[in-house]
Design a protein around this ligand. Structure first.
Ligand code: ATR
Length: 513
């Protein structure tokens, strides 16, 4: 079980204590980043452990290591000595830990720390270049058996994280902290226990003017959503692979459900640039199931040992579960989409209804297949026309471009319009892919995007008086189906009702906080 450490980076002692009092309930220990304090405030660090009332790490991070201490080494040693001086026989009044770098050579200071029970965290920060042989480095850093060895390395790919995971498995005897800084490494902060780390550092993101380190996550998110302090080697791990993974509702959905039903499980985002590396990482971390999102829904298929008929016929997979024979692929986008649409229009099928599908990517494949299965007819319009044709030909549907010619065809396919492209999604172009089309107000309009909740396309449809729905309902329905694939059971109805009563508004508030 990894401890959660609140990294305090305010300019004054008083402000740090205010932040700590707000987040104390989620905090096992704190790190006082003396380098972030105003110079005058640094004179008063000795009393901080007593004022904090929790174990404290004394850290004065140099600017070369990503900190803010720009003074000379002499001044830094003096400050560290001030922090450790006048040790009290009651250890609660002393710093519990002092962070000193691998190249720090002041034996008298280390001796003083050891004498009064202050543990040494021996750290190495690599901000601009990967450490080649991490196991060797970990071994060489440790000078005595009671030290905690810490490596924080900036990662630029999933492969960098894989090397760190391999190192953690090789060096099991040492007390250590392994952190992959940056977006590709966020899960090393959630699954700190699986990486063999003694603690995970977190910030109070809404309070701190200065972030503790690149990629450091919010303490409330780590403690309350991901329940990091409760993760052990028995915890079941699930997650989501894709890139960039910055606006997915799935971590909130799964972790809220696990917490409501009191299950020892966690769902983690795994941003990646390589399917092979992330699957090796998932196996190394003993991950049980993964959701797959953009841009890997098609690329994952050749990596699977088994896949459902639906995955094979559609050519898109969004759910993989680890079985004894290897990874098994399923598709829950299909079920989520049709359930959401049929429920919205209050029908059992799409017979006699004509539909336009906007876009011809991975999700459009699932949508087209379901419309066909439900007895509907469709026109597929896409910027790149041949992709629309590829999908449409499979089901005897019509196709066209997002141009005047394509729009003209819509006059016979406008009972329902389904927008599946990424246009309007947060992080993508905020425009309307169907701006050449004028809504009559009689169309049912579905946009599969849910971040933002109303895209320019959906807003225009609403203004014209159309009945509209965004992709939130679909994504939650498909996630319920994923839950069943992952765990072999349905979500208890009571838990689902509790979750649904929070509604999309709760998610939107959390997301934009
Ligand atoms: P997904 O798996 O979510 O469907 P995708 O496979 O990358 O994602 O597909 C994205 C869809 O959005 C495609 O239909 C794409 O059109 P192209 O096939 O022409 O690339 C569509 N799309 C993305 N940006 C677009 C834009 N600016 N204008 C119109 N369509 C766009």
């Amino acid at each position: 079980m990894a401890k959660l450490c609140l990294c305090l980076t305010a300019k004054t002692i008083q402000r740090n204590l205010e932040i700590l009092s707000k987040y104390r309930k989620n905090t096992d220990l704190v790190e006082l980043r003396v380098d972030c304090l105003d110079p005058d405030e640094r004179l008063y660090i000795r009393r901080f452990p007593e004022l904090a009332g929790l174990p404290v790490i004394l850290t004065i991070r140099r600017d070369v290591d990503g900190g803010h201490f720009a003074g000379g080494e002499g001044a830094r040693v003096k400050l560290l000595a001030n922090g450790l001086a006048f040790a009290n026989t009651d250890s609660r009044y002393n710093y519990a830990y002092v962070d000193i770098e691998d190249d720090f050579e002041v034996p008298s200071l280390e001796e003083a720390a050891r004498t009064f029970g202050t543990k040494i965290i021996r750290s190495c920060h690599s901000l601009n270049g990967f450490i080649e042989n991490i196991p060797k480095k970990l071994k060489s850093m440790q000078r005595s058996g009671d030290e905690i060895v810490k490596i924080a390395v900036a990662v630029k790919s999933a492969n960098d994280v894989l090397q760190v995971l391999k190192a953690s498995k090789k060096i099991t005897a040492q007390n250590k902290i392994l952190i992959c800084m940056g977006h590709y490494g966020i899960y090393t902060r959630i699954l700190a226990d699986r990486f063999g780390s003694y603690l995970s550092y977190a910030s109070a993101l809404s309070e701190s003017e200065v972030p503790g380190a690149p990629g450091q996550m919010d303490i409330s998110e780590l403690a309350e959503l991901y329940r990091v302090q409760k993760i052990t080697n028995k915890t079941k791990v699930y997650g989501l692979i894709g890139y960039p993974l910055k606006a997915s509702v799935s971590p909130w959905f799964f972790n809220t459900v696990f917490s409501l039903e009191n299950t020892d499980a966690v769902y983690v985002p795994f941003p990646t640039d390589s399917i092979n590396d992330i699957l090796e990482i998932a196996e190394g971390l003993d991950v049980n199931g993964l959701s797959i999102t953009v841009p890997y829904k098609e690329a994952i298929i050749p990596k699977l040992q088994k896949s459902s008929d639906m995955v094979q016929s559609i050519g898109a997979c969004n759910t993989i579960s680890r079985t004894e024979e290897g990874w098994h692929g399923d598709n829950t986008d299909c079920g989520g989409f049709s359930e959401s649409l049929l429920n919205f229009i209050n029908r059992k099928n799409l017979k006699y209804l004509k539909t336009t599908i906007v876009g011809a990517g991975g999700v459009a494949r699932s949508v087209a297949s379901e419309i066909h299965r439900m007895g509907g007819k469709a026109l597929i319009l896409n910027r790149t026309v041949y992709k629309a044709k590829n999908i449409a030909s499979k089901y005897n549907f019509k196709w066209g471009g997002l141009d005047n010619q394509g729009i003209e065809l819509m006059s016979k396919y406008n009972d329902i319009i389904i927008q599946t492209s990424s246009v309007g999604m947060e992080g993508y172009e905020a425009s309307d892919p169907l701006d050449l089309y004028s809504f009559s107000g009689d169309e049912v309009v579905m946009d599969l995007i849910y971040v933002p909740p109303v895209t320019p396309f959906l807003k225009r449809a609403m203004s014209a008086g159309c009945r509209t729905i965004n992709g939130y309902d679909m994504v939650i329905r498909q996630a319920c189906m994923q839950y069943a694939h992952f765990t072999g059971t349905e979500i208890p109805q009571k838990v689902l009702s509790q979750f649904n009563s929070m509604g999309a508004n709760t998610w939107n508030k959390i997301r934009s906080a």
